[in-house]
Design a protein around this ligand. Structure first.
Ligand SMILES: NC(=O)C[C@H](N)C(=O)O
Length: 349
């Protein structure tokens, strides 16, 4: 039953997500950073190809966004997200830090292509030391397609960034009326608008027409300061009958770390154990995750190639991160002033 006090709190949430319009005392300043992706693209009438629009259609929507907050809008890049690299992620971190130093910013919203959105979100989650909401959104349908979800998702993201409850929750991913943590969310469907899911734990909140509601709170978050990004970490999916030559080549190519998407709970074919041992003896860290969609890699099995033996060799376990995020976590840890300590904060060693 809805009591007067929770009616009041619903009213408060309603007012705070419509942060601009009520009484003029809760005008939030939101830094809106565009980076490209389908949310900034259009379908070409003649070819049917989805391509970056010459004039970002989201910027043209600026007037509509003003009813929700004071929007400080910039276009950092206009890249499809498969073109985003850790260098662009680092640049985004720098842009956000610069604005936070120079202006009063209550929240940040980033628009991004969905293919690598979870990677940028997690990179910023690991490296940005702030309690203000940082929310990333995107779209599955481009701006001139029927049922385009871009503007809707952007408004939802702005509402979340304005919400007091979104503070101190790390970087959040908002699409399709759901709020996910950067650490857990992943793209699960190539084209469906409900593609973003958090397989381990589910979303931590939702957005409806008039409320932003969080039903869970992340218990912990690791922030690792870095000053540059230059090294490379390779990610391999392990498969039945995999041979050691690719792992050997990655070392000759100068990679500073390796992530393996292992089988089941974190196992590899026996053919890989000698090269894993050799790489670890060269002080090149190896992290193992599970290639399964759900669950975490652990040191369970004692047969040759099993997780127990890998742990004894010095392989680290990624505590439920997927491969692409474990790769970023290892990359970031390697750039920290104390890489060993940084690795022990994120991985089971
Ligand atoms: N829906 C999308 O945004 C996918 C697009 N290929 C991108 O990531 O840029």
């Amino acid at each position: 039953m809805r009591t007067p006090s929770n009616r009041l709190s619903l009213l408060y949430i309603f007012l705070s997500i419509n942060c601009k319009n009520y009484g003029g005392f809760i005008v939030k300043s939101i830094l809106l950073i565009h980076t490209g992706g389908t949310i900034s693209m259009q379908v070409q009438a003649d070819t049917g190809a989805v391509v970056p629009a010459e004039n970002n259609p989201l910027i043209l929507e600026g007037e509509k966004l003003k009813q929700f907050a004071n929007i400080i809008e910039i276009e950092a890049f206009n890249l499809p997200s498969p073109h985003i690299t850790p260098k662009e992620m680092f640049k985004l971190k720098q842009i956000i830090e610069q604005y936070m130093r120079e202006q009063t910013i209550d929240g940040v919203v980033i628009t991004h292509g969905t293919d690598t959105l979870e990677e940028t979100a997690y990179f910023l989650d690991l490296t940005l030391n702030t309690s203000i909401p940082v929310v990333i959104t995107g779209a599955m349908r481009s701006s001139n397609e029927i049922g385009s979800d871009g503007l809707y998702n952007l408004v939802s993201a702005i509402k979340v960034a304005c919400s007091e409850e979104a503070q101190d929750k790390g970087v959040l991913v908002v699409l399709n009326d759901e709020i996910h943590t950067a650490e857990n969310v992943t793209k699960t469907h190539a084209s469906n608008v409900s593609t973003f899911q958090s397989p381990q734990y589910g979303p931590i909140g939702f957005i409806s027409k008039s409320i932003v509601h969080f039903h869970h709170t992340p218990l912990h978050r690791t922030v690792l300061p870095i000053e540059e990004i230059s090294q490379r970490v390779a990610l391999f999916k392990v498969y039945a009958g995999m041979e050691p030559d690719l792992l050997a080549a990655s070392i000759q190519l100068g990679y500073s770390g390796i992530v393996l998407e292992g089988l089941g709970q974190g196992n590899v074919p026996p053919s890989l154990t000698p090269i894993i041992d050799e790489i670890l003896k060269k002080e090149i860290p190896i992290v193992i995750v599970s290639r399964c969609f759900n669950g975490i890699a652990q040191d369970v099995y004692g047969y040759l190639g099993g997780g127990k033996g890998l742990k004894d060799l010095g392989v680290m376990f990624a505590n439920g991160l997927n491969g692409q995020k474990a790769r970023l976590a290892l990359l970031v840890a390697l750039h920290n002033t104390n890489p060993r300590d940084a690795m022990s904060k994120i991985f089971s060693v």
